[in-house]
Design a protein around this ligand. Structure first.
Ligand SMILES: [Fe+2]
Length: 283
């Protein structure tokens, strides 16, 4: 193959990578083209990449060290690969709300490589949103105010022992997660970060894990964050990806949000996820 060509999705975020076969491996040139495209577009989509778990791991390690998610159940015999599964009789899905992964960590994961193994006959899409354009389309006055603010992020209310998924009778996600006693992470990051690959500014708060503005009262934080979330959720910033077995989405957590649509009850959806290690984020 001649190497990757990058085709923008046509929506608010993301690009398709054409002309690669992960069964053949990637040249150093292809890796650098994809890394730059990831920084620019926020998420890369690949089609028809039916690869072994070993090749999934090898692909991930071309970009970063692997960050094993402590809350997800691993794929049997592959501790570095997390299983994202919903069975036909299960109601709730994993990731069914706007969020970005691992923002509760001091060094948040740079991204994830999600590979579809089994997809429902219809539905089960993932929507991505662009945090560069969410930032760029704010007023200059608000951008200036945000430049001095920091967001507080936590894993406790999502993965901890008191999280609703472990308490509510109708929430069946808890059985697919583990180690709730380890959900003790809190972190503080600038609300606007300088992206480590692209150097561009991105809005770095998310509805899943951001619990407040550092130094602000809960009511004050909620008002500002709700306004930013309404802004960032607009369809102009989004792209909806439809999966098939062998599809890959490789997203950058620092530039995007994602939302797993839960509209395929009665069917199985099975994905393999590898999380890539990141770094401390700066304004
Ligand atoms: Fe996620």
């Amino acid at each position: 193959m001649s190497g990757p060509s990058i085709e923008p999705s046509g929506g608010g975020v993301g690009a398709f990578v054409n002309g690669v076969d992960l069964n053949e491996g990637l040249s150093a040139n292809a890796v650098s083209t994809m890394r730059e495209a990831l920084g620019e577009y926020g998420v890369l989509f690949l089609r028809e990449q039916t690869i072994t778990p070993e090749k999934h791991v090898a692909f991930a390690e071309l970009f970063s060290k692997i960050d094993i998610n402590r809350f997800f159940t691993p794929v049997a015999d592959y501790p570095m690969i997390a299983e994202v599964r919903k069975e036909p009789d299960q109601k709730k899905n994993i990731g069914g709300g706007w969020h970005t992964d691992h923002s509760y960590d001091l060094d948040p994961a740079m991204g994830s490589i999600l590979l579809a193994r089994e997809t429902p006959p219809k539905g089960g899409d993932t929507i991505f949103a662009n945090m560069y354009s969410a930032y760029d389309t704010l007023s200059e006055g608000l951008k200036d105010s945000l430049s001095r603010l920091r967001g507080v992020h936590s894993s406790r209310h999502v993965f901890g022992v008191d999280a609703p998924r472990f308490k509510d009778k109708d929430n069946d996600v808890g059985s697919r997660l583990r180690n709730p006693e380890d959900a003790t992470q809190d972190s503080i990051h600038p609300m606007v970060i300088r992206h480590p690959i692209s150097g561009r500014k991105a809005l770095y708060v998310n509805p899943g894990f951001t619990i407040g503005v550092d130094g602000w009262a809960e009511k004050e934080s909620k008002a500002l964050l709700d306004m930013l979330y309404e802004h960032a959720k607009q369809p102009e910033h989004a792209y909806r990806f439809q999966w098939a077995p062998g599809s890959i989405a490789f997203w950058d957590n620092r530039a995007t949000w994602h939302y797993a649509v839960n509209d395929y009850h009665g069917a199985r959806r099975l994905m393999h996820r590898i999380t890539l290690g990141g770094e401390a984020l700066a304004a």
